[in-house]
Design a protein around this ligand. Structure first.
Ligand SMILES: Nc1nc2c(c(=O)[nH]1)N[C@H]1C(S)=C(S)[C@@H](COP(=O)(O)O)O[C@H]1N2
Ligand SMILES: [Mo]
Length: 461
């Protein structure tokens, strides 16, 4: 562990690819035969191997030792300091540096049978601040994505019973975009985020354990404005059904209180430009604090009704299996949660000394008020610095100083929201929810920093 720069603390990035082409093919093959355990083993094996072989090379590359006679990179002028750079508008729409090409949203090998009904995970370990670059936003499609022509797209507002909506309307995108708009930062988290970890550790990195999470500035029109234009009877119409235009026929019930609060809006904007096709272009529903499935993409219809709809995506899917064998339904709020993104699984600490421990915290019930960080598996906690502005139902970035003494350490974060709710440990969560659920796992995450510096996903009993 010792080197001339001992005490500075250096980090090797997590390998983004755990399996080569052949490995991925094998995992898919095994999954087809229902062998899920194999995926876990392949992940674990590949992560270990990648760390072992990559360490020395990365050390030399990312942090060169001082060269005798001085560092050539500062002494000799490179071509870019002496020559002419590239012209403006070489690229009409700019791209990230070619040196960042490893930062990608990725599929978990073998998780799903078809790539159209699947998920890609955002690379949380590589992101700063709270905004997810639109091209790295996680994706969850039930039947593939489309690039829908906005001139052909329509949104209809009607009632389950004609008496509930005085003047049902069909809106064009132009009509919607003329209306008074709001712009707000919100997180979206799939209810199944961290779902693979309910029983035990399943995936090696934070990309796969927490990457069904993204945060954007969304722009659009409060749904309340549209309902008012249609003359909705909100005394009797206490629910709306949101429906998407893709083949999956996504439908979700939204309680009218949420719409009346002004928080729910139909969005066309994402991070200053139009929504990306993968995220529902040209129109999606934004339901702050609620699990991703209710954020219906390619939104084409809002129906006002007098009772919850119990559609397939709320009666069969997105329900929580409780220890007694009963299913819990309509548990749609994403409770307070946090995760350390550095150091996190798959990364390697190359030296003792200073590290900036950083991560994300969020709550579907409002603002995060506190994040505590432990480096000894939960015996002692210190409050982290929350980076402002702290916004409601939005990601909050936290940072805290840490000096690693080279001994094994278990790093955890625990968030508290403005309702006073404290993020639970696995022990606390399982005492209430059991181990056989898929959705709404908001447990404290543990990362074990081993003596070798390799960081591993672990669960403390
Ligand atoms: N029309 C439509 N809307 C949809 C879905 C879908 O498959 N079709 N998936 C839902 C689910 S389960 C989630 S988690 C979010 C994901 O949004 P994203 O792909 O923009 O990340 O969209 C929701 N809205
Ligand atoms: Mo989801």
């Amino acid at each position: 562990m010792s080197s001339p720069t001992s005490g500075t603390g250096r980090l090797q990035k997590a390998p983004e690819n755990f399996l080569d082409r052949q490995g991925v093919r094998q995992v898919f093959e095994e999954a087809r035969h229902g062998r899920r355990d194999f995926i876990r083993q392949a992940f674990a094996g590949a992560a270990g191997a990648a760390a072992a072989v990559a360490a020395p090379a990365a050390l030399a590359q990312s942090n060169p030792l001082p060269v005798e006679g001085g560092d050539p990179h500062i002494l000799n002028l490179p071509a870019h300091s002496t020559g002419l750079g590239q012209a403006v508008a070489t690229d009409g729409y700019g791209k990230p540096s070619k040196y960042e090409s490893n930062v990608q949203r990725r599929q978990s090998p073998g998780l799903t049978q078809t790539a159209q009904a699947s998920v890609s995970f955002a690379p949380l370990q590589s992101l700063f601040g709270i905004v997810t670059p639109s091209g790295l936003h996680f994706e969850r499609h039930h039947q593939g994505w489309w690039d829908v022509d906005p001139s052909q797209h329509r949104l209809m507002v009607n009632g389950s019973d004609p008496s509930l909506v005085k003047s049902p309307k069909v809106f064009t995108m132009d009509e919607i975009m003329r209306l008074p708009s709001v712009s707000r930062f919100h997180f979206i988290e799939c209810g199944a985020n961290s779902g693979m970890e309910w029983g035990n550790v399943a995936v090696p990195t934070v990309q796969y354990s927490h990457g069904m999470l993204s945060c954007s500035e969304f722009t659009g029109v409060p749904l309340k404005v549209l309902l008012d234009l249609c003359g909705v009877d909100t005394k009797r119409g206490r629910f709306v059904l949101a429906e998407g235009a893709d083949g999956s026929s996504m439908t979700r019930t939204i309680p009218m209180e949420m719409v009346e609060s002004g928080e729910v809006f139909v969005a066309y904007g994402q991070n200053g430009e139009m929504l990306r096709p993968e995220n529902g272009y040209p129109l999606r529903l934004v339901v702050p604090g609620v699990q991703g499935v209710s954020w219906v993409k390619y939104l084409r219809r809002i129906e006002v009704g007098d009772q919850p709809y119990a559609s397939k995506d709320e009666a069969i899917h997105y329900i929580d299996l409780m220890p007694g064998g009963l299913h819990r339904q309509y548990s749609s709020i994403q409770e307070c949660k946090s995760v350390v993104t550095t150091p996190s699984g798959g990364q390697v600490l190359l030296d003792k000394g200073y590290y900036n421990v950083t991560g994300l915290a969020w709550s579907g019930r409002g603002k995060v008020v506190k994040v505590d960080v432990s480096v000894d598996g939960g015996r002692n906690w210190r409050p982290a610095r929350l980076e402002g502005p702290v916004q409601s139902k939005c990601l909050t970035r936290f940072n805290i100083d840490w000096s690693w003494d080279g001994r094994p350490a278990v790093i955890q974060s625990r968030a508290t929201d403005e309702t006073g709710y404290v993020q639970p440990s696995y022990k606390q969560l399982r005492a209430v929810r059991g181990t056989r659920s898929i959705y709404h796992n908001n447990s404290i995450q543990s990362w074990l920093v081993q003596e070798s510096g390799e960081v591993k996903n672990v669960q403390l009993s």
